[in-house]
Design a binder for this molecule. Structure first.
Ligand code: ACO
Length: 330
C-alpha cells in the first residue's frame, strides 16, 4: 500500500490539568497500597483531581480555548466540535454541546464520541473524514475526562491508576504534505467485560441495590487488560507505520496512551522505538483516558520534542475494547 497524501493536520494543541495533586502517599491513607507498589507496577507517582464543581465540559472548555488561541481562530470559526469522553457531565444532552455553549462556538455542529481511552485517535479520524469531504475546515477536538467521578475509591486495583484533565487539538486541511499519513483502528465488543461500568445506562438502570454494590463504578480485569493492551497497541503501531511507509528509525516520537509504564515500554519494544524517543508523562498525571495523547502532544511540542516535519506515531487502547494507531508528519 503506498502512503496517502495527507488531507488533515493538527494545527494547534492545548491542555488543562486541575491544580489539585493526589500523590501515591495520599493514596496510602485511603486504601491498602504503597507508593513503592504503585511506582513499580504502573510508573505513576501522582495524578490531578478536579474540584467537585468542575466537570468534564469546564475542563474541556479551558483546553479548547487554549488550542483556538494558538491556532489564531475564534470560537465562531469552528465548523465541527468533536468531544471524546468516557465521563460526560450528563447522559443527555452531550458534553460537546455544553462546551459549544461555554466557548461560544455558535456556528458549528457538535457531537460526543465514546471510545474510552482511544477516543482522541478515533476523533482525529472523524475530523480527517469531514475535512476530506469538504464539510469542515476547522475541526476542534476536545478530549476531557473526570475519571475521579467513576473510579471506585475503595478499589485499590483501579483507583490508583486514573486522573482528571483535558486536551484539545485544532485540525485543519493539510497544506504542505504535513498531517495524518496513516491510521489503523479496531474494536472488539466481545471483550466488553474486561473494562466496564455495568449499571447506570439503559440496560441496568440505577437501583439502590446496584448503587450499594457499586455497579455504576469502573470495574477492570487488570492483568487481562494489560496483555490485550500490549498486543493491540503493538499490532496497530506496526500496521500504521507500514501503511505510512515508515520504519522505526523514521519515528521521531512515539506518543502512546499513558496507562502503565510497562505497557508503554512493551509497545515501544515491539515497535522497535527506543525509549528516548517515547513520550511519557504518566508519572505526573496517571491515566486520563482519551486525554492522555492530546495532553502528551501539547507537552511534547512545548518541550521541543515535536516540531515541523517531525514524524510521530500515536497508539491507544481502551474499554470496548477499542484500539488504534496513527502516523503523522507534524
Ligand atoms: N496496591 C498494592 N497491591 C495491589 C494493588 C495496589 N494498588 N492493586 C492490586 N494489588 C495486589 C493484588 O491484589 C494482587 O495481590 P495477590 O497476588 O495477593 O492476589 C497483586 O497486587 C497483583 O495484582 P495484579 O492485578 O496481578 O497486578 P498487575 O501487575 O497486573 O498490575 C495493574 C495491576 C496495574 C492494574 C495492571 O494490570 C494494569 O496496568 N493493567 C492495565 C490497565 C489499563 O491499561 N487500563 C487501560 C484501559 S482503562 C480505560 O479504558 C478506561
Amino acid at each position: 500500500m503506498s502512503p496517502r497524501t495527507p488531507v488533515a493536520r493538527i494545527a494547534a494543541t492545548s491542555r488543562y490539568l486541575p491544580e489539585r495533586v493526589l500523590t501515591n502517599a495520599d493514596l496510602e491513607d485511603m486504601v491498602d497500597t504503597s507508593d513503592a507498589w504503585i511506582r513499580e507496577r504502573t510508573g505513576i507517582r501522582e495524578r490531578r483531581i478536579a474540584d467537585d464543581d468542575t466537570g468534564a465540559a469546564a475542563m474541556g472548555a479551558q483546553a479548547a480555548c487554549g488550542a483556538l488561541q494558538k491556532a489564531g481562530l475564534s470560537a465562531r470559526d469552528v465548523d465541527l466540535l468533536i468531544v471524546s469522553t468516557a465521563t460526560p457531565d450528563r447522559l443527555l444532552p452531550t458534553t460537546s454541546c455544553a462546551i459549544q455553549a461555554m466557548i461560544g462556538a455558535s456556528r458549528c455542529f457538535a457531537y460526543d464520541l465514546q471510545a474510552a481511552c482511544t477516543g482522541f485517535l478515533y476523533a482525529l479520524t472523524m475530523a480527517e473524514g469531514q475535512i476530506a469531504s469538504g464539510r469542515a475546515e476547522n475541526v476542534l477536538i476536545v478530549s476531557t475526562e473526570k475519571m475521579s467521578t467513576i473510579v471506585d475509591w475503595d478499589d485499590r486495583a483501579t483507583c490508583i491508576l486514573f486522573g482528571d484533565g483535558a486536551g484539545a487539538a485544532v485540525v485543519q486541511p493539510s497544506t504542505n504534505g504535513e498531517g495524518i499519513l496513516s491510521s489503523y483502528h479496531s474494536s472488539d465488543g466481545s471483550l466488553a467485560e474486561l473494562i466496564t461500568r455495568p449499571a447506570g445506562g439503559a440496560a441496568l438502570a440505577l437501583t439502590p441495590e446496584r448503587l450499594r454494590r457499586r455497579e455504576h463504578m469502573l470495574q477492570m480485569s487488570g492483568p487481562a487488560v494489560f496483555k490485550a493492551a500490549v498486543k493491540a497497541m503493538a499490532g496497530a503501531s506496526a500496521k500504521a507505520m507500514q501503511a505510512a511507509g515508515l520504519e522505526a528509525d523514521d519515528i521521531d516520537l512515539l506518543v502512546p496512551h499513558q496507562a502503565n509504564a510497562r505497557i508503554i515500554e512493551a509497545t515501544a519494544r515491539y515497535a522497535r522505538v527506543p525509549m528516548d524517543r517515547v513520550f511519557v508523562n504518566l508519572h505526573r498525571y496517571g491515566n486520563i483516558s482519551s486525554a492522555t495523547i492530546p495532553v502528551g502532544l501539547d507537552e511534547a511540542v512545548e518541550q521541543g520534542r515535536i516540531g515541523p516535519g517531525s514524524h510521530i506515531l500515536m497508539a491507544a487502547f481502551g474499554a470496548g475494547l477499542t484500539w488504534g494507531a496513527m502516523a503523522m508528519r507534524w
